[in-house]
Design a protein around this ligand. Structure first.
Ligand code: ADP
Length: 272
């Protein structure tokens, strides 16, 4: 390791390499609202896990608990075996996060902003230009990096936020509705990039979405929250099986699990 307080950028501690996230019986109450009710699930390294549920289900509260931004009333969140509440600094090094509406510096160019983020993580010149160049190319932003962020579309901003979350080679990526506001092509390249990070680099990825079609297209597993409880989890195939029919029953399953029409359209898409 270098002399500074930087963590090694390679693998997380070997003993815990298998689980990027281990949520153990987490509960969180806001006054009268039980936002999370004894939630347990895992995100294995190299897998993409979708956190699904209607508005108010507890998705954001869960993600913030994983990031150490919300303290659970009970239960524990381990990131690569480390408790996010007691090992906050160590776990932050291992995590990349893209909020639903990332705030970027409008008066910087994309390249300047990413350079600034790379500075915060202490990346060397060579490393940052290799890493940033790789993602600019992969997300089809190359050629736009020297324009001001204020001129970017929402999709371009999302991509820059994603690259900013990836520069320090996180082993876990937490994304809040990452494909919102992306046109189909941008959604496609983002999906491919996430898949590649999971497959080739073994990154564990957790992302929230209310779009079941997206979950189906990209996730290895889904965790469905409703009123703060995990009402189902597993592979899409297993959930289809549970629904009893090859596809057509899934809509009813989700609707019965969540008791809401919020997922209606997207679940309908799964039936085709
Ligand atoms: P989701 O992301 O699935 O929409 P949230 O985690 O944002 O769900 O919210 C879960 C529940 O907790 C909701 O009823 C919400 O109103 C409530 N909640 C979330 N954050 C707070 C807060 N800071 N104070 C009070 N209630 C909150």
């Amino acid at each position: 390791m270098e002399g500074s307080n930087r963590l090694p950028e390679s693998a997380p501690p070997a003993t815990v390499a298998g689980l990027a996230v281990d949520v153990r019986g987490v509960s969180k109450r806001y006054a009268a609202v039980l936002a999370l009710a004894h939630v347990s699930f895992t995100v294995p390294s190299g897998q993409i896990v979708g956190l699904l549920g209607p508005n108010g289900a507890g998705k954001s509260t869960m993600m913030k608990s994983i990031l150490g931004l919300v303290r659970p009333d009970s239960g524990q969140v381990l990131v690569f075996g480390q408790d996010v509440q007691t090992d906050a600094v160590a776990t932050k090094r291992l995590v990349g996060y893209v909020p639903e509406s990332p705030s970027l510096y409008e008066f910087l160019t994309g390249a300047e902003y990413l350079d600034f983020v790379a500075d915060m993580y202490g990346l060397s010149r060579a490393e940052r230009s290799e890493r940033i160049g790789h993602f600019l190319g992969g997300l089809e932003l190359a050629g736009h990096e020297n324009s001001l962020i204020s001129t970017y579309s929402q999709g371009m901003r999302q991509k820059v936020a994603l690259i900013a979350a990836l520069v320090h080679r996180p082993r876990l990526l937490v994304l809040d509705e990452p494909l919102n506001g992306l046109d189909p092509r941008a959604a496609r390249v983002t999906k491919d990039l996430l898949r590649n990070l999971a497959d080739a680099e073994g990154v564990g990825i957790l992302f929230s979405t209310h779009v079941l079609e997206i979950a189906q297209a990209i996730c290895d597993r889904v965790v469905i929250l409703n009123h703060g409880e995990v009402v189902a989890s597993g592979t899409i195939a297993a959930l289809r099986e549970r629904a009893g029919l090859a596809g057509s029953g899934l809509e009813e399953l989700f609707l019965s699990l969540t008791g809401t029409g919020d997922l209606h359209d997207v679940v309908a898409a799964l039936a085709h």
